[in-house]
Design a protein around this ligand. Structure first.
Ligand SMILES: Cc1cc2nc3c(=O)[nH]c(=O)nc-3n(C[C@H](O)[C@H](O)[C@H](O)COP(=O)(O)OP(=O)(O)OC[C@H]3O[C@@H](n4cnc5c(N)ncnc54)[C@H](O)[C@@H]3O)c2cc1C
Ligand code: SF4
Ligand code: SF4
Ligand code: SF4
Length: 521
């Protein structure tokens, strides 16, 4: 990838001669500025600053500043646009970092295991207001020298709600970053400082999905600083707030000044804590202060991280942990064996699993709906989607479908179905009648909206909302993708053309994604 750069600077009789650019269009900054920064899609991660080869960008005071015109140094540079997490570039390539995980789940991405976990240290759990898992893992990793530094988001001294991305070198630096801050943090910029400023080579990185995506893009691009990444701990994320609009709203509506805020946290509501008071704001009241990019962001569970961590609502002091890579698994269980982390089986807590899946499905659904509107308004879609679909035209459905399809009978109760979903970690099943013929499709979301008191008496067959969308084994994967888009579903059944009641297989969006990834391997 580095061959993309074309240096203009020539050494001529000892004097540095700068050539004037003839074609500014080959400079990625122009596209980055036009499509992402000017449209308000930047989430201030600082990846463009960290990756720029000539130090032309600086993320400061909540904006991206261009320090000098880089077209005077280079004819051609694709870096900042491709690395930016809100550009469509490199998306499929980044999936290769997690694609060897055995489970492919439409809602949660690729993973090896899902567990519940918490810090053994109760003080840490209390400070984090969650499981304290991220802080424990980072402290353990630095103490055991598994990595040489960690990128964390501490609280600004004069405004504790505001994150200050920094390079943690010792456990105290990590401890002072405990807890979530719901405003943008320039963690990728801090990653650049760890490499360039501190000379660190084994860095642990903590961030929300777009932060982790930026780092994965650096790795996929083979950027020279990408190889210094040791492990990524990804936080679940529903969105980040634009700082000034949210703080102004809280001041105006609740008479709380930013300097009075001690902590913000998320439970079923958005909780703002001061020294004397706690206010609980319904998310719906403040959701229009969420950053524009978040509205079309499809990733809730941080699908590219080595380990993803989010809350385990309704359980207090526990976190949900999704282990995706071998490196993540080895690191996590090292901490467990060393007595740093307690674990518990998620299958025993179906409500936690149900909530995580629902949140992920809802976020993706809302993003896809919003995307259409945004594309009309901005002529640009900053969203991770199945867009590079050409590769699918050459693949037959029968070559990529899952053959052993698990079905459920239409006379199963909704309670039994939800238990099965938690145990098998599936989010949708074809429903069959007494003759084994497909009569519909049922998803976790559709089942979970049934009131708890009615779940034992309601049969799956009574709540099926849709007939299965079908394809034949000889059709192409692109045909399957078009049907998924047309019927707004994540899966289609493969039916024997000679016997329309016979299920031969199933194909999901994840299967299609997997097919496309293979093109890059
Ligand atoms: C903006 C945002 C939105 C979130 N939305 C959800 C959600 O909808 N549902 C859910 O289940 N979980 C969500 N989370 C994750 C959740 O709040 C916890 O961070 C996660 O469960 C880890 O908990 P912990 O106790 O292990 O973390 P802790 O041990 O408390 O460590 C938290 C770590 O998060 C880092 N951090 C804090 N703020 C930021 C930030 N703005 N950007 C990057 N890193 C940061 C800190 O460096 C610290 O290392 C969100 C987190 C953030 C930052
Ligand atoms: S990465 Fe730097 S040099 Fe390259 S286009 Fe962007 S601003 Fe210019
Ligand atoms: S890379 Fe990060 S800071 Fe740069 S434009 Fe994109 S979102 Fe903004
Ligand atoms: S919702 Fe998406 S774009 Fe917004 S902060 Fe979270 S990961 Fe980034």
């Amino acid at each position: 990838m580095a061959t993309y750069l074309r240096r203009k600077t020539q050494i001529c009789h000892g004097a540095r001669v700068i050539m004037q650019s003839k074609n500014d269009a080959l400079i990625a900054y122009n596209v980055l500025n036009k499509k992402i920064i000017s449209n308000g899609f930047c989430t201030l991660c600082g990846a463009c600053e960290a990756a720029c080869p000539v130090g032309a960008l600086q993320v400061e005071s909540e904006k991206v500043n261009r320090l000098h015109d880089c077209s005077k140094d280079l004819d051609l540079c694709p870096i900042c646009y491709e690395i930016c997490p809100h550009s469509e570039a490199l998306l499929l390539r980044t999936l290769k970092f997690v694609a060897d995980a055995p489970v492919k789940n439409e809602a949660l991405g690729y993973y090896r295991k899902i567990v519940l976990a918490q810090a053994v240290d109760p003080k840490l759990r209390e400070q984090s207001r969650g499981g304290g898992v991220v802080t424990s893992l980072l402290t353990y990793g630095v103490e055991k020298k598994i990595f040489d530094s960690a990128i964390v988001s501490q609280a600004e001294a004069d405004n504790p709600a505001k994150p200050k991305a920094s390079v943690a070198l010792v456990p105290d630096d990590i401890l002072s970053a405990v807890g979530s801050k719901f405003f943008p943090s320039s963690v990728a910029k801090a990653y650049g400082s760890a490499v360039y400023g501190y000379g660190k080579t084994k860095i642990a990185f903590v961030g929300v999905p777009c932060h982790v995506l930026a780092l994965r893009k650096m790795e996929a691009w083979q950027h020279k600083i990408g190889s210094n990444l040791a492990i990524t701990l990804g936080l679940f994320c529903f969105g980040t707030f634009s700082m000034a609009p949210l703080l102004e709203y809280i001041t105006k509506t609740y008479n709380i000044q930013p300097s009075e805020i001690k902590q913000m946290r998320l439970s079923s509501k958005f909780v703002v804590q001061t020294a004397n008071d706690t206010i609980r704001i319904p998310i719906s009241e403040i959701e229009d202060r969420i950053m524009p990019s978040c509205r079309t962001c499809t990733d809730f569970t941080n699908e590219l991280a080595d380990i993803s961590i989010g809350s385990a609502y309704p359980l207090d002091e526990w976190s949900t942990v999704i282990i995706r890579t071998k490196a993540g698994e080895d690191f996590f269980y090292g901490a467990v064996e060393n007595g740093i982390i307690n674990t518990w089986v998620i299958e025993q807590e179906p409500k936690v699993y149900e909530r995580v899946v629902r949140a992920a499905v809802q976020k993706r659904g809302a993003a896809l709906k919003e995307a259409k509107k945004m594309e009309e308004t901005y002529g640009y879609l900053p969203v991770l989607m199945l867009r590079e679909t050409d590769a699918l035209a050459h693949v037959k459905v029968e070559d990529v479908m899952t053959r052993k399809v698990k079905t459920v009978p239409q006379n199963m109760t909704v309670s039994q179905l939800l238990d099965l979903m938690a145990k098998q970690q599936h989010i949708a099943y074809p429903v069959v009648n007494d003759n084994g013929e497909p009569v519909g499709m049922i998803t976790l979301e559709e089942a979970a909206v049934i009131d708890k008191e009615r779940r034992d008496k309601t049969l799956v067959g009574q709540i099926i909302r849709r007939k299965p969308v079908i394809v034949h084994p000889g059709e192409t994967a692109l045909d399957a993708f078009k049907k998924m888009s047309e019927y707004e579903t994540g899966r289609v059944l493969v039916i024997d053309p000679a016997n329309p009641e016979q299920i031969m297989g199933m194909i999901t969006k994840t299967d299609l994604m997997h097919t496309m990834i293979k093109q890059y391997q």
